[in-house]
Unconditional design. Structure first.
Lengths: 269, 259
């Protein structure tokens, strides 16, 4: 049984196309990246899967159930983080958590508390007084605290600092190891590459490719560029004179890589 | 359901005092000044045209209950509480959609119908609480000023506002089936509230236009503070409110919940 299985899923807003003929599957224990620029149809797809939007035609099965008819039963086993998480300015994360726990029939909030500590999320301050990143952390906790079988995440790391993005990716790996399927909509290609097993690329509302990450990269690189690390500093001229080499350049670490070295265990002072 | 209702009431806790206090204080003021203006009012009223007195329910102001009805319960309280009712359901539905709360709640195993029912029930409780606060302060004003307001009649007068206001909460639910913009929902139903009041007023001013009152909920509102509650009108308005809210829930279930 697939976690998500859509067949010709189509949504039009009047005459405007949202998504068209979207057919894909996501398996349990798989992290599926859903890529595309703004307006490509990523959020429309997610809202149709969640039954917030009714499809114009086509169908979707979530965890073996019909996305429309069995929507309530599906949501008992699903976690969702909207792109720009909001809940009302005056409510705190703890109030939202208490309500969702009651609606899910859960009394034990220990996992939510543990996640709050891990992500350094403030559950007591009104959400209206939190930054976007800190609100997003609360939303993430609400999405995963009940150990769902399927996680649907729409741009989950927007607003998170690089450290929390790393923690988020670690959490996704743990969820995958638990058997949870993850549908991750993002245009952070670096994070998708690092955590996803397969990706679907959507353009103008249509799914134009579904590939394993490794296969996708294999197709495009053609093995003409190789990054080599030397034990000692080298002169580029020497490398360029090697047979078959047409060019060589120094590869600087990205700012993110440098930044992270300051926070790694035993990292530089 | 109870969790959703409790959460909605918690979210709207400030509005209980924000609406209940002014209504109560104003009512208390009206009651408190009655003994000192009683004679002057009777003379002034006697000079008013008969149709005008009929229209505004001020045929005579021989008691503090009649004065409270003319000043508060025939116009200000039903309009204010009716508007508050719309805001309450709009906050639970369209307001929640605008803030993102609706999407979070609908990530949990809750049906849309249950969500609407909880919003409507919370509005009903909020209305009852605001009217109870208003009544309590009004009675306190009467006690302190020695105006002699009858508890039973005052209770009937304020309780009678409840089904009328609830009907406008139901129209709010219905409007949410059409639009998820709070300004559209509150604006359209507030317009309907005023239109119904004006239609009722016109019908009472001109006997030839009495038929227009049949389309207005205010025709069935009456003067409970003077005559007691008419059970048929009270239950009739309540039944229509529930039916309109149910229709709104059906529309809400069928609509897309995003732009």
């Amino acid at each position: 049984m697939s976690a998500i299985e859509t067949a010709g899923l189509t949504k039009y807003y009047g005459a405007v196309r949202g998504i068209e003929d979207l057919t894909l599957t996501v398996e349990p224990g798989e992290v599926f990246g859903f890529l595309g620029p703004n307006g490509a149809g990523k959020t429309t797809t997610i809202r149709t899967l969640l039954d917030l939007l009714h499809p114009t035609r086509g169908s979707a099965r979530i965890l073996g159930l019909d996305s429309r008819r069995d929507s309530v039963a599906i949501r008992a086993r699903l976690g969702n983080l909207p792109g720009d998480f909001g809940y009302g300015k005056r409510s705190s994360g703890r109030e939202a958590l208490a309500l969702l726990a009651r609606l899910r029939g859960l009394a034990d909030l220990s996992r939510a508390e543990e996640l709050a500590r891990r992500f350094r999320a403030d559950l007591d301050r009104p959400l209206g007084r939190l930054s976007r990143g800190n609100r997003q952390k609360v939303g993430l906790i609400l999405a995963v605290f009940h150990r769902p079988d399927l996680l649907i995440l729409d741009e989950p790391t927007s607003g998170l600092d690089p450290l929390m993005q790393e923690e988020f990716l670690a959490l996704l790996r743990e969820e995958r190891a638990r058997g949870c399927a993850v549908f991750l909509s993002s245009h952070e290609l670096d994070e998708v590459e690092r955590v996803c097993d397969r990706v679907g690329i959507v353009r103008g509302g249509r799914l134009i490719a579904v590939e394993r990450i490794a296969d996708l990269l294999e197709k495009t690189t053609e093995h003409r560029r190789v990054e080599v690390e030397f034990a000692e500093p080298v002169e580029l001229g020497e490398v360029r004179r090697l047979p078959g080499v047409t060019g060589a350049e120094y590869v600087r670490p990205t700012l993110e890589q440098v930044f992270l070295t300051y926070y790694e265990e035993g990292g530089r002072e | 359901m109870s969790a959703l209702v409790a959460a909605q009431l918690h979210e709207r806790r400030r509005s209980l005092l924000a609406w209940g206090l002014p209504i109560g204080l104003w009512s208390a003021f009206v009651v408190a000044i009655y003994p000192s203006v009683e004679d002057a009012l009777s003379k002034a009223i006697a000079s008013y045209p008969e149709a005008l007195k009929q229209a505004f329910g001020i045929a005579e102001l021989a008691s503090v209950e009649q004065y409270l009805n003319a000043e508060m319960l025939s116009l200000i309280v039903p309009l204010a509480v009716g508007y508050m009712a719309v805001r309450s359901v709009a906050s639970a539905l369209s307001g929640a959609a605008e803030s993102g709360r609706l999407e979070v709640l609908l990530s949990a195993p809750v049906s849309r119908r249950r969500l609407v029912a909880a919003g409507f029930l919370a509005a009903a409780l909020e209305l009852a609480a605001v009217l109870a606060i208003g009544l309590a302060i009004c009675l306190l004003g009467s006690l302190l000023s020695g105006a002699g307001l009858s508890f039973g009649l005052a209770l009937a007068g304020y309780a009678n506002v409840w089904p009328l206001a609830l009907l406008f909460a139901a129209f709010g639910v219905l409007a949410t089936g059409w639009s998820l913009r709070t300004s559209v929902v509150t604006g359209s139903v507030a317009g309907l509230l005023v239109a119904m009041y004006v239609a009722d007023l016109i019908g009472r001013l001109d006997a030839g236009l009495d038929w227009v009152r049949y389309g207005s909920a205010f025709r069935y509102y009456g003067r409970a503070i003077e005559d007691g509650i008419d059970p048929l009108s009270f239950l009739g308005l309540l039944a229509v409110a529930v039916a309109v809210a149910a229709l709104g829930a059906l529309l809400f279930e069928r609509r897309d919940l995003a732009a």
